[in-house]
Design a protein around this ligand. Structure first.
Ligand code: 5AD
Ligand code: FES
Length: 344
């Protein structure tokens, strides 16, 4: 039996089989898998595209990940923090544009301790009872995750980045730990958050074995959301001269993920739209069902560049909304005004 057939039947392969699938699938078989991915996506989500309003509220970060443009050692970067009032006004703007999910994303910034974060989350919760609140704040204590859940958060995004210990060490400094990251994800899940994990495609040092382990880790975790995008270098990081990830491999992986997780929430990421102008549209045609446009103040957009040439840094939220409406329509999909919860 062919590997793509086995994947469509069982929704999982062994590590060796995943390596073979990733390295040896013909263009014809990739196309069959892509069509299956679209079929599954439409079975659960029709032609709807969920929108998430991303609020990048702090670019301070205590971590020093080698790939990330807002890493601690990037002294060339001007740092900013939004006030609670500024965050709420991003939500207000987003709500009027039809957003019903707000994603608060930031570097790991100790200034946003549990008291401050809980205050922000409960204020959004009170003002927008019909919206989902997603947090993307990196690694915190179990106690912190619990408080934020009680304050009204629904979902948490924390990419695992790589499931392979040796590869993790090539991407992160000594003081960070893959085990802690995995523990955070399982703790979030156990607490009742809808959880998102994911990784970069083509990060320096990544092999097909690493990707196979990523897929198996995700199968074990069973997240509600999976975020992947190509690695893109940032000029002020140790990886400035590394190659970009492959667009085609990212698209193939999106189809594989849709087939493995038929009802998962799968964004066509900003990185995918950055590496190729029609990347997010092609993401939809590979099984994606979510886009995450920016609601951050335009004055701060450039200061949240995780990688070079990030798209949309000069565009008002309303422009992005219109732009995406058109882009999605061009491939037969439409944005919906909805929380866009995971369909079990
Ligand atoms: N290229 C692509 N993606 C990146 N991220 C961070 N730096 C880069 C980069 N240089 C991704 C990480 C992180 C998410 C918020 O952005 O996977 O989890
Ligand atoms: Fe901030 Fe990695 S440098 S999350």
């Amino acid at each position: 039996m062919k590997l793509i057939e086995k994947l469509m039947r069982d929704r999982i392969l062994t590590k060796d089989e995943f390596v073979d699938l990733l390295s040896g699938t013909s263009d014809e078989d990739k196309e069959i898998l892509r069509q299956e991915a679209v079929k599954l996506r439409e079975k659960y989500y029709g032609h709807d595209v969920y929108i998430r309003g991303l609020i990048e509220f702090t670019n301070y970060c205590k971590n020093n990940c080698y790939y990330c443009g807002i890493r601690r050692d990037n002294r060339a970067l001007e740092r900013y923090r939004l006030t609670k009032e500024e965050i709420l006004s991003c939500c207000e703007n987003g709500y009027s544009l039809g957003y019903r999910t707000f994603v608060l994303q930031g570097g790991e910034d100790p200034w946003f301790n549990d008291d401050r974060m809980a205050d922000i989350v409960s204020s959004i919760r009170a003002a927008y009872p019909d919206c989902a609140i997603t947090l993307s704040l990196g690694e915190r204590s179990v106690e912190s995750y619990r408080r934020l859940k009680e304050a009204g958060a629904d979902r948490y995004l924390l990419r695992h980045e790589t499931a392979n210990e040796e590869h993790y060490r090539k991407l992160h400094p000594e003081e960070m730990s893959l085990q802690n990251r995995k523990d955070c994800l399982y703790a979030l899940k156990a607490m009742g958050y809808q959880v998102g994990a994911g990784f970069m495609v083509g990060a320096p040092g990544q092999t097909f074995e690493c990707l196979a382990e990523d897929l198996i880790f995700l199968h074990d975790l069973q997240p509600e959301m999976i975020g992947i995008g190509p690695f893109l270098p940032h000029h002020e990081t140790p990886f400035a001269d590394e190659n970009k990830g492959s667009f085609e491999l990212t698209i193939f992986l999106l189809s594989i993920l849709r087939v493995m997780f038929p009802n998962v929430l799968l964004p066509a990421t900003t990185a995918l739209g950055t590496i190729k102008a029609t990347g997010r549209e092609q993401g939809m045609l590979a099984g994606c069902n979510v886009v995450m446009p920016n609601l951050s103040p335009v004055v701060n957009r450039k200061q949240y560049e995780l990688y070079d040439d990030k798209i949309c840094t000069g565009d008002e939220a309303a422009e992005c909304r219109g732009c995406l409406e058109n882009r999605m329509a061009s491939v037969g999909y439409h944005l919906v005004v909805d929380r866009g919860d995971f369909k079990a």
